[in-house]
Design a protein around this ligand. Structure first.
Ligand code: DLL
Length: 442
């Protein structure tokens, strides 16, 4: 079924506000938010240093007078330094998904949890989820916001949830087969992992009754969308969010799938050149910066996400007025500089998906043995494409090398590895091993 054949259901009338109505609401909410955070010691100090207060916010342009907030600021005020409400008003704690060091702690009031569930309901409904659907959630339930966030959104829509959580792929396959859910929710890489393990077990993933997938929490490409859709026989939708801002529900695709609508009545977005911090034009890539307009427990002003994407203010046929963001091409801190050239892991993925015969499973290993960076891309071949003929494998390797060089501008060494030898993740895929960093740290 083509995505455009879905009915255009809208969850909340706020999604259809005109730009003028939206901006009036944003301005009112921005003033309230600045007022709310004025007692948070970090902002009290930062506002004083910048010489601004809530009273001086007269137009949305005044946002630019406010200070930024960075991940480092959150770290320095760990765990509760950014709370804007008394501790007794906290209803839930979550955290960022980083695996090393201390997590970034985020907090929600009851009202925040209600807002969050509605925001997730909006993008789920925009992407075809309806009351009566059965939705299989294979995100982790825990500090990570994916599991609990989507869970509440699905219930809000009136659909039923299977809180299968992450890990134990054969069990997911059994549940997908036996319970026949309509919708799959997880990371895009895990959706492929499920398809792959099912095929290995002799189960055709297209025989599941799934018709939709809502995937997010990591970068993916259009080619990867096609791969997932073909292998699982579904329509796949992208959704974006980050714990600091709320979790999933910051933006999501509608049935036209040409960008993710940012829920601008709750989040003010800026797209800035990460070096100069000046706004970039529509269509140009920059770092996304969010100001939470309605959060109570931990509102953030101009939070620098480090995510690189572009914005598109053109009207969307679905009628939602929220500006659309492109796919996230990468994070400023994931961007690799290889021999002076900026490379995002998603570009390698794009190259691989252009070459028939490779699985979109890869790891980039970078080292600097002498004075020059060396990058090795290890790529899995699909079992059906494995050949004993050296010449065939050599030709495949060269094709990959060529595609990578044409997309990234860097010639990388390519190594083909046996099917299913690279480590699989049950959540966000780990694609980069940078020995240069390890050397610096160690
Ligand atoms: O990943 C929240 C989430 C859960 C979003 C489930 C969607 C679905 P964090 O663990 O804090 O929160 O990681 C946030 O993940 O800054 C992006 O770099 C990346 N990210 C999230 N969604 C997407 C996406 C959740 N659709 C970080 N495309 C963000 C690309 C994404 N990257």
């Amino acid at each position: 079924m083509p995505a455009a054949a879905l009915e255009n259901h809208v969850w909340d009338a706020h999604e259809l506000l005109s730009r003028e109505e939206l901006q009036a609401l944003q301005l009112k909410r921005l003033r309230e938010c600045v007022e709310r955070v004025s007692n948070v010691p970090f902002y009290k100090k930062a506002f004083a240093a910048a010489g601004v207060s809530a009273k001086q916010i007269r137009s949305l342009d005044d946002l630019r007078r406010l200070p930024f907030t960075t991940k480092q600021d959150l770290r320095e005020n760990y765990p509760f330094g950014f709370l804007a409400v008394p501790r007794e008003e906290i209803a839930r704690i979550h955290g960022s998904s980083g695996t090393t060091g201390k997590p970034t702690i985020v907090a929600y009031t009851r009202h925040d949890l209600e807002t969050w569930a509605n925001l997730c309901a909006r993008f789920l409904v925009a992407g075809g989820v309806r009351p009566g659907h059965l939705v299989h959630v294979a995100f982790g339930y825990g500090l990570f916001t994916g599991g609990f966030g989507l869970h509440a959104g699905i219930e809000k829509v009136g659909a039923a949830v299977i809180p299968a959580a992450s890990g134990n792929t054969p069990r997911h396959i059994m549940l997908l087969h036996d319970l026949e859910p309509d919708v799959l929710v997880c990371t895009p890489s895990y959706a492929l992992n499920i398809a792959e393990v099912a095929e290995q077990e002799g189960v055709d993933p297209r025989s599941f009754k799934l018709c939709l997938g809502h995937f997010g929490a990591e970068p993916w490409t259009e080619d990867m969308r096609r791969e997932i859709e073909t292998r699982l026989g579904i329509l796949a939708f992208d959704n974006y969010g980050l714990s600091e801002v709320i979790g999933p529900g910051v933006s999501g695709e509608c049935m036209y799938r040409c960008g993710m609508h940012i829920q601008e009545d709750h989040f003010l977005v800026e797209c800035l050149d990460p070096e100069t911090l000046e706004p970039v034009a529509d269509g140009e890539r920059g770092e996304l910066v969010f100001t939470t307009l309605t959060k109570e427990a931990m509102p953030l002003i101009r939070y620098r996400t480090r995510d690189i994407a572009s914005l598109n203010h053109a009207p969307c046929p679905c009628g939602r007025s929220g500006v659309r963001m492109s796919r996230v091409v990468g994070r400023t801190d994931d961007m690799l500089i290889i021999r002076g050239v900026n490379v995002f892991p998603s570009q390698i993925e794009e190259a691989l998906l252009r070459v028939e015969g490779t699985a979109p499973q890869y790891v980039i290993e970078i080292d600097r043995p002498g004075t020059l960076d060396e990058a090795i891309v290890r790529v899995e071949i699909r079992p059906q494409d494995f050949s004993d003929k050296m010449s065939q494998m050599q030709a495949l390797r060269e094709r990959i090398q060529h595609e990578i060089a044409s997309i990234t501008g860097v010639r990388m060494h390519v190594e083909l590895v046996d099917p299913m030898t690279l480590e699989r993740s049950v959540g966000k895929a780990k694609r980069v091993i940078d020995h240069r960093k390890e050397k610096l740290q160690g």
